[in-house]
Design a protein. Structure first.
Length: 249
């Protein structure tokens, strides 16, 4: 497949492209070229006319570009997450792209982490709790964003459903957990929320080749103390994560 990656010079883009480069032909869209040797369009994604050429002759888009901090100020969220995401979906529609994999976030439902037992699990307080005995947060729960950033990801999911139902784009939203430069859990919460590069690459690959219609999956490795459901992704697209944060305990 010919795949355009927005935000191709960020944290996730280069690592995913390296892991999947033998299977697909990648191009990039970003404000910086980055270190990867791929054809990259340098453009301001706030201007849809600037980015349209990057979408032409493309089978699918992996939309990663955004301000990724949960503390991102509203103006940056509005410009770089909300408006930009709308432009990506619109550009895909206008150029005949069939599929978009959208990097959503666990923060779209982040307020569940204030509830029992999740609030204790992410703090490492496992007293009286056993893995497998509590309900995991799944794709059917209501939206509960914990920040302006979380709101922007909920907006992206809503926009994705709109473009799926009205224009036929196949949209997969990945509620990504903790991905970091170290590629391992680096704090207590991450023992629940960590997602390895290898598992994320697998999840993106399966979303590209197997996902149909509009879907929401959680991007988390098979951590012993995970709080998000991966059985839906396992059932629908065959997600089979190989990593477990507990190996770094």
């Amino acid at each position: 497949m010919k795949i355009l990656v927005t935000g191709s010079s960020g944290l996730i883009g280069p690592n995913i492209i390296k892991l999947l480069n033998d299977r697909h032909q990648f191009s990039g869209l970003d404000k910086d070229r980055g270190s990867l040797d791929i054809n990259t369009t340098l453009a301001d994604a706030a201007n849809i006319n600037e980015i349209l050429p990057a979408f032409r002759d493309t089978d699918a888009v992996v939309h990663l570009a955004a301000n990724s901090s949960v503390n991102t100020p509203w103006e940056d969220v509005l410009n770089n997450n909300i408006s930009l995401t709308r432009n990506v979906f619109e550009a895909a529609k206008c150029t005949g792209v069939k599929k978009v994999v959208f990097a959503s976030s666990n923060h779209a439902v982040g307020n569940f982490e204030f509830d029992e037992p999740y609030c204790r699990i992410i703090k490492g307080n496992y007293d009286g709790i056993k893995p497998g005995t509590y309900r995991l947060i799944d794709h059917k729960v209501p939206i509960r964003p914990d920040s302006n950033y979380g709101v922007s990801k909920a907006f992206g999911e809503a926009m994705g459903r709109y473009y799926n139902e009205h224009f036929g784009l196949e949209i997969t939203c990945l509620r990504i957990g903790t991905v970091n430069a170290q590629n391992k859990p680096t704090n207590t919460r991450a023992f629940s929320t960590w997602l390895s590069y290898q598992d994320l690459a697998q999840l993106i690959e399966l979303s590209l080749v197997r996902s149909r219609g509009f879907k929401i999956f959680y991007g988390v490795s098979d951590n012993t103390w995970k709080i998000w459901d991966i059985e839906y992704a396992r059932e629908v697209i065959g997600y089979n994560p190989i990593s477990n944060a507990e190996n770094y305990r």
